[in-house]
Design a protein around this ligand. Sequence first.
Ligand SMILES: [Zn+2]
Length: 491
Amino acid sequence: MMGSRKKIVVIGLCGASFDIINKLIEEDKLPTIEELIKDGVVGLLKSEFPPITPVNWASFMTGKNPGKHGIFDYEIISRDGNKKVVDSTCIRSKTLWKILSDFNKKVGIVHVPLTYPPEKVNGFVVPGYVLSQEKTDTYPPELEEELKEKVPGFDKRWLRIKWYAPGREQAFIKSMWDITRIEEKVTLYLMKNYEWDFFISVFFFLDEVQHYLWKFYTDPSYSKDQIKDAIPRFYELLDSILHNILEEVDDNTIIMVLSDHGFGPLRKIVFINHYLWDLGLLKLKRSIPTLTRYLSSKLKSMLKLPFDYPRLLRLSLSDVDFKRTVAYSTGYVGKIYINKSLVKTEEICRVVRDYIIAKLQELKDPESGIKLVSKILKKEDLYHGSHVDEAPDLLFEMMNLSYITRGGGASGGGSIEFGFDLNTITAPPFNSQSGWHREEGFLIIKGAGIKKGVKIEKVSIRDLAPTILYLLGVPIPSDMDGRVLQEIFEC
Ligand SMILES: [Zn+2]
């Protein structure tokens, strides 16, 4: 396996926060990452907006903005509100691994989100979690059987996961460790036993740990030590895994470590559809099922019932009357779609959009009275390319992403576009999440010909594909949006 040709290994740590990394380095808790930073270049990595896992990994693997690769959320939302969970077939652009394969480079793609179903590459693909879940089909297909045989726990690993539930923190933490250890074994097995020029392995479950345990880590009122330390201990686990991976690479291998987005607190969910409804821009269907759901929500608000209704009794996008609705919100973070079957001309669309922008700027937290929206972007200001039309018309950020809208998680099932309590537009986060994504990930690159101990700036996740192609001597397609990070090279 060890040869003299240049190779690249990329390790993704989903959601790793550079603030936490720096804090733990000061405490001497992350020796591998500390050494990589000392011997290489380091900087913040700008995510796509919104900083959502599939959007960012699609930009990583295409070197393009979402307007070209067509991934804007966990789901593709059609103009009548229908949803399809995104997978690798939704990426409308050639991937880095396909380009490398075409130039006869051997690739190993392990656990990268949005790689199910696996592409036929010159090498192998083991799809990642998030959107593939129980489906583990690999490319080539026989690799799956081999991994089941060689890596204990690989078979049915997703099914054995114990997801977070309040009071079951220890079981959740153990499960996240176990699955990460299996991911490590898969990575090491494939690195050792297969030939590759480009190898990437992504560790996803730090993201999950931070979503649910953020408050235990950051809120001083929690004193249960083991839970409180679960987040820093997970970083330490990943640092030790990195150490084991680096044992397997030679001096001709360039090492990249990155996170696709950062992390911070999550305080509230905002039901933008309630707001659009109040403004008269969204209308509900006049049907018996919609009326039933409306009345059950109303009853819950009036009686202040503490329990949750089943989702079937909650209003959802299926209750929206698209024949009379001008604008609606769905998806993560903050997105508004203007209903083009009703708003037909560009001119009216612009007027509607400006009106919504003005109204969003007035939006306040009913409890604190503080204005919520800190950033509003029109799709054409954020994205460019032939798929911009499919993007939401407006994207916005509230309270530095500590307030988000939420529209049906890929794994959560069902839609959550309306709250239960129709009297308020905000609510505590669903399913006990207390942490959420931020726009800053980080990037470390180390290897022969790369500067040492240097900070780099203004690096976007789109820049990595062109930089990797450049390092491996493969021509960069002219329609890639990212740039080659020339500043990392020793002259
Ligand atoms: Zn996440």
